[in-house]
Design a protein around this ligand. Structure first.
Ligand SMILES: N[C@@H](CCC(=O)N[C@@H](CS)C(=O)NCC(=O)O)C(=O)O
Length: 206
């Protein structure tokens, strides 16, 4: 049984999407970050940087308990454990890793800044708004060029796609629109149509 500590945010949806794909036995433990539940001492033992998502797998390798934070590390772990959405061939795996890291280290991190400065902040700072809008559009352009020659980011549907999807869905579709990024739109529509994605995006814990 895997406990998935998470909330209804971009990063928070990633392990939920992956767990839905793998069929691994799990339960969702809501951590309401608006109410600062991520600061609870018990949660900080799992995620020292007070960030969701995190998982606890009481049936890890050799029967050990595995405690993990960081969405990219969690996706890799679940991919290795289940044998799904993460190829075993070394070259194919390296390609997935490249886009997984782009998704978690670059795309989501900068899209979150767009979300803060352009969408949510009550302080309107025009240079920050312009900078993060241009940054988001630049990244969507990068994704669009890659997806022009590839159905998914790295071969078949994989954890790389899961790492990119939530911010494309939230900020691409809803905020800037995908009219200028037809390949991203085709990719996002295909992932959105998966029954597992629909299940993973249902509200919880509120
Ligand atoms: N690099 C981390 C980022 C996680 C992250 O940004 N989590 C946010 C929600 S999406 C959070 O928990 N914020 C609450 C806080 O920082 O206190 C990952 O990929 O998991």
């Amino acid at each position: 049984m895997i406990d998935c500590y998470t909330w209804m945010t971009d990063n928070g949806r990633k392990p939920i999407m992956m767990l839905a794909e793998t069929g691994l036995e799990h339960r969702i433990v809501p951590v309401n970050i608006r109410e600062k539940q991520q600061m609870a001492p018990e949660f900080l033992k799992i995620s020292p940087g007070h960030k969701i998502p995190a998982i606890v797998d009481r049936d890890g390798p050799g029967g050990a308990t595995v405690t993990l934070c960081e969405s990219g590390a969690i996706l890799k772990y679940l991919g290795e454990k289940s044998g799904k959405l993460y190829p075993s061939d070394a070259a194919a795996r390296a390609r997935v890793d490249q886009w997984l890291f782009y998704g978690s280290a670059t795309f989501t991190t900068l899209a979150q800044q767009f979300g803060h400065w352009v969408i949510r902040s009550p302080d309107k700072v025009p240079p920050a708004q312009a900078h993060y809008t241009a940054t988001l559009r630049d990244m969507l352009g990068t994704l669009d060029r890659h997806l022009a020659g590839s159905e998914y980011f790295a071969g078949d549907y994989s954890i790389a796609d899961i790492s990119m999807y939530p911010d494309v869905h939230l900020h691409g579709v809803n905020d800037v629109g995908l009219a200028d990024y037809p390949n991203v739109k085709r990719w996002q529509d295909a992932i959105e149509a998966r029954p597992t994605t629909k299940r993973a995006w249902e509200p919880f814990g509120a």
